[in-house]
Design a binder for this molecule. Structure first.
Ligand code: DC
Length: 229
């Protein structure tokens, strides 16, 4: 495997809305480690494809795009990094709901997942990496020192998303958000290529009734046990 064994990796996997994005970025900040938002890579492939008129079922063309992805992440003071695709700031464009749906379809192709493997592994640089995704602990970094699988009920995740969008001033209602979350869960966990599931050696945390701070403290306690801080 093309991973520097000496670089410690913490993986944080889970469904959308589980809080893994926030948690893994807080962890990376706390440890002063690098951060990989692997979902952003699938979103970038989806965005690049939609701009070129490549459909979500054209596996080989999508894999070629993924192989050639010219991407960079620029850490920002806010938790969301600025994402560049071929010199263009696409941070907002990749968060579009339609790109998220396409990313989930793009991510179902084994050739696309394979094409993104070495790019994802190249983020494992000193002093360490926190990797956020669906298959970080099962497929991309199977030797990670600490694997977290963060989950929460679909209802709680929909409620969090609802609040997020309302706070942004968007006119949304809860029922379609819940339906969308359930559909995406189904697609991400039923696909044959790297389905969403906890690694056998993952610490499984249900965040339904926990605050971000409580989740963070539990993971840090586990990191301490493993001598990572
Ligand atoms: O975490 P996110 O919503 O930004 O991810 C977008 C899509 O990409 C999501 O539907 C599942 C997919 N994905 C994946 O299959 N494997 C990953 N490691 C990360 C994301």
């Amino acid at each position: 495997m093309n991973v520097d064994e000496a670089v410690p990796v913490i993986t944080v996997d889970g469904p959308s809305g589980s809080g893994k994005g926030t948690i893994s970025q807080l962890l990376a900040q706390h440890l002063q480690w690098n951060f990989l938002d692997s979902g952003a890579l699938y979103r970038l492939v989806a965005l690049a494809a939609s701009r070129r008129g490549i459909g979500p079922d054209q596996a080989d063309a999508l894999a070629q795009l993924a192989e050639a992805l010219e991407v960079s992440f620029e850490p920002s003071a806010a938790l969301e990094a600025v994402v560049w695709l071929q010199g263009e700031d696409v941070s907002r464009a990749i968060r579009d709901e339609s790109i998220g749906v396409m990313a989930s379809r793009v991510a179902a192709h084994p050739v696309v997942r394979k094409a993104l493997l070495s790019l994802q592994r190249s983020f494992a640089e000193r002093p360490g990496l926190v990797a956020d995704g669906r298959d970080m602990g099962t497929a991309v970094f199977p030797d990670a020192v600490l694997k977290v699988f963060l989950t929460a009920s679909a209802e709680e995740r929909a409620a969090r998303r609802y609040k997020q969008l309302k706070d942004k001033g968007e006119d949304v209602s809860l029922a379609p958000l819940l339906a969308d979350i359930k559909a995406r869960d189904e697609r991400d966990s039923q696909r044959s290529a790297s389905p969403l599931k906890p690694a056998a050696d993952a610490m499984v945390l249900d965040s339904t009734r926990l605050t971000i701070e409580e989740v963070n403290q539990r993971i840090l306690a586990e990191a301490r046990v493993r001598g990572l801080l």
